[in-house]
Design a protein around this ligand. Structure first.
Ligand code: F3S
Length: 755
C-alpha cells in the first residue's frame, strides 16, 4: 500500500558508489548529511565538492508530501504541467482544515461538510495523477510520513515546514513552497543552497521526567529561533542511540523552530525497531545491508569539531525538563523554581487552563503512553485535574492502538477532549472562544512546536508554553505553571498530600500496532479517465489558466507601488483569513500587496491610480490597469519577498498583470518564484536609482529583446514633467530561466516539452 520498496532499493543501490565518490572528491570523511546530499545529486555520481553555505546545487528528492492547505495551489499548478502522473512518489494529507471544537467525531463531520469541496478536489487530483491520498481523520502529515514513508538515507521535500520531522528516521527531509514541490512532481530538479552543518553531540541518557522534547527545547535555547538558518543539524553520540525513533522525530520536528534547513540522526537500532513495528521489515533489511552509509564516517563523530561548522554538546543525564515560552519557542525556563520567579516578574498567568498533548511534534504511541501514565496517577491518587485536557493523536494507527490499549480511556476519565487525528489547536484550528480577539489573558501548556501569539486559539493574550507530553500532563493536573513534579506535592480529594511518580511508558506498543481503517486511498493505476471538477462559482477553488508570455516589448508600464522598507511575502500575500482562498487565485489576489507600505504616503493599500488620479487599494488599482491592457511595475527596497516560500506572492501579481518587480535586493526564494511565473525580477544596478522613481512614472523597457544571462537590462523611466532617466538593471536569469520568461512560466515550458 504505502511505501515504494523498489524506489528505496534503487536509492540504496546507488548509495555506496555515490558516497564513495563524494568522499574522495571532498577529500575527507563525510557526515551523514553530506552522504545523503551527495547521494541525491540531480546529475547522479558526484563530480565536484560543494561549498557549504555558498553553492546552489540541484537535487533529486525521493518523495514529496503535501498537506491539504498548501496542496491546493501545488496541485492546481501541477495540473498545468501536462503530465499524466507525478514523477516521484507523492502523497497528500488532509490534516490542516479540521477544526477542533467538540471532539473527534463531530469535528470531523463538520470539516467534511465545510471543506468537502477542497477534500474532494484533492482526492480526485490525487487519484488522477498517481498520488497517495490520506483522508481527513487519517492523521497528521508528519506522523503518517514517519509511520509509512520515511526511510534512512532518503531525501524528501514537503509543503509544510515540519516536514523535517522525518529526520527521526534518518532522512534529509525539507519543508518547501508549493512551486518547488510542483517542480519535483513534474520531474524537474530541486535547487538548494548546500547547507552548513551543525553537529549536536548527545552524551548521557534521558531519565526520570526528562524527554526527547527537552533536548530540542534546550537546543532552541542555545541556538535561538535563527541559529539553525541555512544549516542541517545532525545529532549523534551515545545519547542519540539511547532514544526512540519517534523521540528523534520530535527533536527533528522542532528543528523548524530554530530555522534549520532540516535535522537528522544516523541509522540505529531504534530506527530498525520502528521500521519493523510499522510493518516495514523489508526496509529495515535493506537498510541493514548498507548501514555504514546511513550514518557518518566514524572519524566524524570521533572528532566532530573538524567536520561540522559548529558543535553543540548536551549531556542528557544533566538535562532537566523545560518549559519554553511564552510567544517564542526559544525562551527556556526550567520547571519549578525558575518558572516561579520568571512567571511572577513577567506577570505570566500562573494558573494553567489547558494542557494539550499531540500535534505532529509529540503524538506517537510512546508520547501518549508516557503522558497517560501521569494521567492514570491522577485517577489512582484521587487528584482532580485543575486544567482541561485536549488530545490530538498523530494518526489513526496511533489512535486505534492507543484506544485498544486503554490509553485514551485514561484521558477520557479525566474528561479530556479527544480531538480528530489532525493539526487542530496546533494551527489555530481550535474553536476555544467565540471572540478570540477579546478573550482574557491566560496560560496554556502544550506539547506542540510553535507558540507565537494567537497560534493555538487566536487569542493574543494566551501565553502558550511548550513542554514534553509528560510535563504537559503533570502541569495540567496541577493547574499551575510553576509546578515541579519532581519536588512538589498536590492535595487530593481527601485532603492528602500526594506526589506524582516519574512517567513510564512503551516505546512501541507491546501488542503491536493495529488499525482498522487507516484512511489511505491509493490512486487508480490509470488516472486518465478520472475527472477533476471545480465548480465555476466556487469561492475556494479555481482551475488555473496558463499565463501568457509577457513579451519583449513592454512599453508604457505604470508604477503600481513603490514599496517602502520591509516587504515580506506576508505583505505581498497576507495570511490569516485569506488562507481560505489559497486554492482560488483570483479571489486571493484581492490581498495582493495590501500590506506593503507606499513610499509616497507611508500608507498601506493606498496607491495612486495613474489613469484617474484617484487613490485606492493596490488590487483594485492594478485590476484597472489590467482592464486597460496596461502592464505595471512594482518597485521595492532591500530583501524584497523575504519570509515564506509561498508561491502566491509571485502568482498573484502575475495574475493581476504586474510585469516586473524591480528592487534593491531580493530574498532568493521569492526571486526564483517570480522567475518561475514568467515575470521579471530585477535589481537596480545602482541602488540609489530607487530614489529616482516617482509616483506617476511610466516605464519603457529598452532592450528586453536582448535578454541574456549576465547582461544588464535597461529601462527608460518617464516622469510626468517630461523628464526621463535611463536606468540599468541587473538580473540573475540563466538560459533556462530566460526560457521560462519567454514561454510565460516554467510550467508552460514543461508542458511544451511534454507535448
Ligand atoms: Fe503544522 Fe499540523 Fe504540525 S499545523 S506544526 S503539521 S500539527
Amino acid at each position: 500500500m504505502a511505501f515504494d520498496i523498489d524506489m528505496i532499493k534503487k536509492v540504496y543501490a546507488n548509495m555506496a558508489e555515490r558516497v564513495d565518490a563524494a568522499r574522495s572528491i571532498v577529500g575527507k570523511p563525510l557526515t551523514l548529511s553530506e552522504k545523503i546530499l551527495y547521494a541525491h545529486l540531480w546529475d547522479g555520481k558526484p563530480t565536484k565538492a560543494y561549498t557549504r553555505g555558498k553553492d546552489y546545487v540541484d537535487f533529486a528528492p525521493d518523495r514529496v508530501a503535501c498537506q491539504d492547505a498548501t496542496a491546493q495551489m501545488a496541485l492546481l499548478q501541477f495540473m498545468q504541467a501536462g503530465k499524466s502522473k507525478v514523477a516521484v512518489p507523492t502523497t497528500v494529507h488532509c490534516d490542516h482544515l479540521i477544526q477542533a471544537k467538540s471532539g473527534a467525531e463531530a469535528d470531523l463531520k463538520h470539516a467534511n461538510s465545510t471543506s468537502s469541496e477542497v477534500f474532494n478536489f484533492l482526492e480526485s487530483v490525487s487519484n488522477k495523477y498517481g498520488i497517495g491520498f490520506w483522508k481527513p481523520g487519517a492523521g497528521i502529515i508528519h506522523q503518517v510520513v514517519l509511520e509509512n514513508y520515511a526511510f534512512p538515507g532518503g531525501m524528501m521535500i514537503g509543503t509544510d515546514s515540519h516536514t523535517v520531522n522525518a529526520g527521526g528516521l534518518g532522512m534529509v527531509a525539507i519543508g518547501v513552497g508549493g512551486a518547488d514541490a510542483v517542480d519535483v512532481m513534474a520531474g524537474m530538479a530541486w535547487e538548494l543552497k548546500f547547507p552548513k552543518l551543525i553537529g549536536v553531540r548527545l552524551t548521557g541518557k534521558l531519565s526520570g521526567w526528562t524527554a526527547p522534547k527537552d533536548v530540542i527545547l534546550k537546543v532552541a535555547e542555545i541556538l535561538t529561533v535563527k541559529g539553525g538558518t541555512g544549516a542541517i543539524v545532525e545529532y549523534f553520540g551515545p545519547g542519540a542511540l539511547s532514544m526512540s525513533c519517534t523521540g528523534k522525530g520530535t527533536i527533528c520536528n522542532m528543528g523548524a523552530e530554530i530555522g534549520a534547513t532540516t535535522s537528522t540522526f544516523g541509522y540505529d537500532d531504534s530506527m530498525e525497531r520502528y521500521l519493523r513495528a510499522t510493518d516495514r521489515e523489508d526496509v529495515a533489511d535493506e537498510a541493514n545491508r548498507i548501514k555504514e552509509y546511513l550514518t557518518a564516517d566514524p572519524e566524524v563523530y570521533a572528532n566532530p569539531e573538524q567536520y561540522f561548522d559548529q558543535v553543540i554538546d548536551i549531556n542528557l543525564s544533566e538535562l532537566g525538563p523545560l518549559l519554553n515560552g511564552p510567544f517564542t519557542p526559544d525562551l527556556s525556563t526550567t520547571v519549578g523554581a525558575e518558572m516561579t520567579e520568571k512567571a511572577k516578574s513577567n506577570e505570566w498567568p500562573m494558573k494553567v487552563e489547558w494542557g494539550l498533548i499531540g500535534s505532529c511534534t509529540n503524538s506517537s504511541y510512546e508520547d501518549l503512553s508516557r503522558a497517560s501514565s501521569i494521567a492514570q496517577q491522577a485517577l489512582d491518587k484521587g487528584l482532580k485535574t485543575k486544567a482541561e485536557f485536549g488530545i490530538n493523536p498523530g494518526s489513526e494507527q496511533v489512535r486505534y492502538t492507543a484506544e485498544r490499549d486503554g490509553i485514551l480511556q485514561v484521558f477520557e476519565k479525566l474528561d479530556a477532549k479527544i480531538f480528530t487525528n489532525a493539526c487542530g489547536p496546533c494551527i489555530g484550528q481550535w474553536a476555544r472562544y467565540s471572540d478570540p480577539k477579546n478573550a482574557p489573558k491566560n496560560s496554556i501548556v502544550h506539547s506542540f512546536n510553535r507558540n507565537f501569539a494567537k497560534r493555538a486559539d487566536g487569542n493574543p493574550n494566551t501565553h502558550a508554553f511548550v513542554a514534553s507530553p509528560e510535563i504537559t500532563a503533570a502541569i495540567a493536573i496541577a493547574g499551575r505553571l510553576d509546578f515541579n513534579p519532581m519536588t512538589d506535592t498536590l492535595i487530593n480529594e481527601n485532603g492528602e498530600e500526594v506526589m506524582l511518580d516519574e512517567p513510564t511508558g512503551w516505546e512501541l506498543p507491546p501488542k503491536g500496532f493495529e488499525v482498522k481503517e487507516n484512511g489511505y486511498l491509493a490512486p487508480v493505476a490509470d488516472g486518465s479517465k478520472v475527472e477533476v471538477t471545480v465548480k465555476p462559482d466556487s469561492e475556494r477553488l479555481q482551475l488555473l489558466t496558463p499565463f501568457k508570455p509577457i513579451g519583449d516589448s513592454i512599453k508604457g508600464a505604470k508604477l503600481l507601488i513603490k514599496a517602502f522598507g520591509k516587504c515580506t511575502t506576508d505583505h505581498i500575500s497576507m495570511a490569516g483569513p485569506w488562507l481560505r482562498f489559497r486554492g482560488h487565485l483570483d479571489n486571493i489576489a484581492n490581498n495582493t500587496l495590501i500590506g506593503a507600505v507606499n513610499a509616497f504616503n507611508k500608507k498601506t493599500n493606498f496607491v495612486k491610480n495613474q489613469l484617474t488620479g484617484d487613490y485606492g487599494g493596490v488590487p483594485d488599482t492594478q485590476r484597472e490597469y489590467k482592464k486597460n491592457g496596461i502592464w505595471s511595475v512594482v518597485v521595492g527596497d532591500h530583501n524584497y519577498g523575504e519570509g515564506s516560500s509561498r508561491e502566491h506572492a509571485a502568482m498573484q501579481p502575475r495574475h493581476l498583470g504586474v510585469a516586473a518587480v524591480i528592487v534593491k535586493s531580493f530574498a532568493r526564494i521569492h526571486e526564483t518564484n517570480l522567475k518561475k511565473q514568467g515575470m521579471l525580477g530585477l535589481t537596480f544596478a545602482n541602488e540609489s536609482d530607487y530614489d529616482l522613481i516617482q509616483e506617476d512614472d511610466t516605464f519603457n523597457f529598452l532592450d528586453l529583446n536582448e535578454f541574456a544571462p549576465d547582461k544588464q537590462l535597461h529601462i527608460e523611466v518617464v516622469h510626468t514633467d517630461g523628464t526621463k532617466n535611463v536606468i540599468a538593471l541587473n538580473h540573475t536569469y540563466n538560459d533556462a530561466q530566460i526560457e521560462w520568461f519567454k514561454e510565460g512560466s516554467a510550467l508552460n515550458l514543461i508542458k511544451k516539452q511534454n507535448a
